[in-house]
Design a protein around this ligand. Structure first.
Ligand code: DLZ
Length: 162
């Protein structure tokens, strides 16, 4: 199966983000990957109209901490949507599984708890090269995909509320 390029999407299908406020929480582990993810997400939000002052970027130590970091942003930063960015690379122990399970369930439950989009921008790969390929490399940037998803989910909410 061909792998999708994460940065390729129909530009015309993305609503304006001009009035939206975003939080981005970034894991410091594997920062050579998560740094470019954050850059991609912020650039894509701005490309679709988000203002600099409406993009709040905060860091947490590792992917496991993304859930609480995202909750802090929802509680204290008055943002409309939160993008959680991390990278977990398979190692020799079962840590990979525990971190992936924790963050997946954590981010999922935040969506329900706050009724806001919490976007899962976590790469889970077998090795570093696979991660770099998806952080601005040959397969695009998962941060771009996460940003577009955040905008679309907020637009869906606005459409249904009115
Ligand atoms: C401990 C750990 C390991 C082994 N691997 C990763 C990883 O690949 N990616 C990542 O973001 N974080 C990793 N961590 C750190 C955990 O996410 C967490 O920060 C620590 O277990 C402390 O709670």
């Amino acid at each position: 199966m061909a792998t999708k390029n994460l940065s390729e999407y129909d530009l015309t299908s993305v609503p304006s983000a001009e009035q939206m406020r975003f939080g981005i929480v970034v894991a410091e582990w594997n920062y050579e990957v998560t740094g470019p993810l954050a850059q991609g997400a912020a650039d894509t939000l701005k490309k679709h109209g988000a203002k600099d002052e409406n993009i709040i970027i905060k860091h947490v130590p590792g992917t496991f901490e993304l859930t609480l970091g995202a909750q802090y942003l929802a509680e204290f930063a008055h943002v409309d949507a939160i993008i959680a960015l991390g990278c977990v690379i398979q190692g020799e122990t079962r840590h990979f599984d525990f971190i992936c399970d924790g963050v997946t369930q954590g981010i999922t439950s935040l969506n329900m708890k706050y009724n806001k989009p919490f976007i899962f921008g976590v790469l889970t790969t077998d090795n570093q090269q696979q991660a770099l390929d998806r952080a601005g490399g040959k397969l695009g940037n998962k941060g771009d995909e996460a940003a577009v998803t955040a905008i679309k989910m907020l637009a869906l909410k606005a459409d249904l509320i009115k």
